[in-house]
Design a protein around this ligand. Structure first.
Ligand SMILES: Nc1ncnc2c1ncn2[C@@H]1O[C@H](COP(=O)(O)OP(=O)(O)O)[C@@H](O)[C@H]1O
Ligand SMILES: [Mg+2]
Length: 252
């Protein structure tokens, strides 16, 4: 059965999509991986498919959630890497939950993935920048969550609330959910405040931070342009994620 891992933090621009996308890609070099885009921006879809997200309209994760079965909506990228895509209409998921859906609103994704999880070693979920229904569903469905931390005051403010939300999910929805760790990313080594935030997170959450710290790197920032297939910059772009993925495998 697959290990299900979500990447989350309710602040935008903290590397959730980049990190979940690269992690799914690296894991798929040796194992079977399903990537799940739970953000209506469709950034993970765009990153991994390198096509227009509206090409998938009508056969996305939203339709899978409504059927509570992902089987017919999985798009194969390679033999080992598959994706449940997203586009704008995923923004209607909450409306659907509160008007049409009958049942536990937090467990829809869990049910949806149950039908396919035996086919994969890992399911990697990218979440939107909000503590809304998609994020709650992701936490309820996951074995582990990677909490993204980009070294800024706003992200620092978001962190404690996210950890609290994970605690709530553990108590009420999913006792098996584990915090895999906090991934510190988008670090600008020239900034003293970035170094201060790295240390602050270590002091406040001593057991959580991954040892690997991801720097801000032009090649990594350009991944959405060229995608994760062969291109001149690819190794440089993903190089810093190899150690993280090894740590993640050991922790989950
Ligand atoms: N290590 C990195 N170095 C440089 N740019 C990065 C890095 N990680 C992410 N980015 C860029 O920063 C922006 C935010 O990252 P993204 O993964 O979209 O965050 P989120 O999903 O949390 O909103 C994107 O433009 C992305 O390409
Ligand atoms: Mg994103």
């Amino acid at each position: 059965m697959a290990k299900i891992i979500s990447f989350g933090i309710q602040k935008g621009g903290c590397g959730k999509t980049t990190s979940s996308g690269i992690t799914a890609y690296l894991l798929s070099q040796h194992q079977k991986v399903l990537a799940v885009d739970l953000d209506s921006q469709g950034n993970l879809t765009e990153l991994l498919t390198q096509t227009d997200i509206y090409d998938f309209t009508g056969s996305t994760v939203l339709e899978a959630l409504k059927e509570q079965d992902a089987s017919d909506y999985i798009y194969p990228l390679t033999d080992n890497l598959h994706i449940l895509t997203a586009e704008d209409l995923l923004a209607t998921f909450s409306r659907y939950l509160y008007t049409e859906f009958r049942g536990n609103k937090a467990l829809v994704l869990k049910q949806t993935l149950q039908k396919v999880e035996n086919h994969y070693d890992y399911i990697i979920i990218d979440t939107p920048p909000a503590l809304g229904d998609q994020t709650i569903n992701a936490l309820a469905a996951s074995d582990a969550v990677v909490i993204m931390f980009e070294t800024s005051k706003f992200c620092y403010s978001a962190l404690s609330r996210f950890v609290e939300t994970v605690g709530h999910a553990q108590d009420k929805l999913n006792p098996n959910l584990k915090i895999a760790g906090i991934l510190r990313t988008l670090i600008d080594n020239r900034r003293s405040d970035a170094k201060a935030f790295i240390e602050l997170v270590e002091e406040e959450y001593p057991n959580y931070p991954f040892h690997t710290i991801i720097n801000r790197k032009a090649a990594t920032g350009r991944i959405p342009i060229h995608g994760l297939t062969e291109n001149p910059e690819i190794n440089q772009a993903i190089d810093q994620y190899h150690d993280f993925v090894q740590e993640l495998i050991q922790r989950v």
